[in-house]
Design a protein around this ligand. Structure first.
Ligand SMILES: C[S@@+](CC[C@H](N)C(=O)[O-])C[C@H]1O[C@@H](n2cnc3c(N)ncnc32)[C@H](O)[C@@H]1O
Ligand code: SF4
Length: 351
């Protein structure tokens, strides 16, 4: 049986091309978009304002393409980590984070990652593949809490700017009138910063931007994040200065505070210098320890002193609450565990 193409993840323009190709009236594309992104159906059969003949014609080569998570882990704090399996058998993680009146879903953009950041479990997995817009959207489409979500953040596995075509396609669908109709203010894309991707994202999307910074010193940032070698934070900041972040779109920086590495006030002072005059905020993040890495999170006292120094010197900073510590909180931990379990199972079958 030939594999069917998912309709999920198709833009209105792409749906128009599909219906035209199948000899259906052009307006059918809008109807399909509404069934997918408004009513969130799980099968083409449910698209009842399409004629039976047209539904059958569509079903020959297409399917909605939604698939439920295969595994979930619940934290005592209400955070839920979902594991999805792609048709190729790869595992990706999404995390549901309820918080007062917000309900955020953290989604993945790739299986693994090429960037190899020292502190990241996904980086340790290496790169397997990039997700399609269908697979990115499916995470939002198929979690049980989908109708209560208030925000989406691209802070799961992978580097979104290394898969920008598919990420932008998913963002279009989430924000377009024919799609989810979400305000771009509800969506944040997090990146290490890749030169080509950064400018394109800023031109083609209105969603919020978060840059993973972790050190204001290029030489140290390079040690933590090899991507610094190709595109330095100093150059990145110069490019960011050309854009207006004072209105709808928010710019934030992510900073994991490592004990004895980047937690002294020398770093805070340098951060203030680096980002002076830029409309932005700083999110200080607690390190989720991962195996075999000689890095440790700093203590809360140092973190508070760091935050206070930044805020007192004009750089608004917050400490991000660490969520789901009891459920393999660091991104990539659950999918790595699943991969290793499967590998072990296969090995035991062989011997
Ligand atoms: C997993 S990344 C995905 C998005 C993008 N690749 C990036 O690096 O911004 C999302 C955020 O998690 C952070 N992160 C990665 N590993 C972490 C860990 N072990 N503990 C805390 N934060 C971590 C990253 O630095 C980044 O700010
Ligand atoms: S932190 Fe982001 S860019 Fe770095 S390895 Fe992890 S997923 Fe990739």
């Amino acid at each position: 049986m030939t594999k069917k193409t998912p309709l999920l993840g198709k833009t209105l323009g792409e749906l128009k091309a599909i219906v035209q190709d199948l000899g259906m009236p052009k307006f059918t594309a809008g109807q399909i978009a509404s069934w997918l992104y408004d009513k969130k159906v799980s099968s083409i059969e449910e698209m009842t304002n399409l004629s039976l003949k047209n539904r059958e014609r569509l079903m020959e080569n297409y399917e909605v393409g939604a698939s439920a998570p295969v595994h979930e882990m619940r934290s005592v704090d209400g955070t839920v980590k979902y594991l999805f399996c792609t048709p190729e058998g790869d595992y990706i993680e999404s995390v549901y984070i309820p918080d007062d009146d917000r309900a955020t879903l953290c989604v993945s953009s790739q299986v693994g990652c090429k960037m190899n950041c020292k502190f990241c479990m996904t980086g340790k997995q290496g790169y397997t593949t990039s997700l399609t817009a269908a697979q990115i959207l499916n995470q939002i489409y198929s979690v049980p809490e989908r109708d209560t979500l208030t925000n989406v953040v691209f802070m799961g596995m992978g580097e979104p700017f290394d898969n920008l075509d598919e990420v932008l396609r998913a963002l279009e669908i989430l924000t377009a009138d024919y799609g989810y109709k979400w305000s771009p203010k509800r969506i944040t894309v997090s990146t290490v910063g890749l030169r080509k991707g950064l400018e394109r994202f800023l031109e083609e999307s209105d969603c919020h931007l978060a840059i993973s910074l972790h050190s204001p010193f290029p030489s140290q940032r390079r040690e933590l994040m090899p991507a610094e070698k190709a595109f330095s934070i100093t150059e990145m900041v110069e490019i960011l200065r050309r854009y207006d972040f004072s209105k709808q779109r928010r710019l934030s920086f992510e900073y994991i505070v490592f004990k004895g590495v980047n937690d002294s006030l020398i770093y805070a002072k340098e951060l203030v210098k680096l980002l002076r005059g830029l409309d932005c905020r700083m999110n200080l993040i607690r390190f989720h320890a991962i195996p075999n890495v000689d890095l440790e999170g700093t203590d809360m006292e140092s973190m508070i002193a760091f935050r206070d120094y930044l805020t007192q010197h004009g750089l608004f900073a917050t400490i991000r609450a660490s969520r789901g510590e009891d459920i393999f909180a660091a991104c990539g931990m659950l999918s790595t565990a699943q991969q290793q379990a499967e590998k072990k199972e296969k090995e035991s079958e062989t011997f």
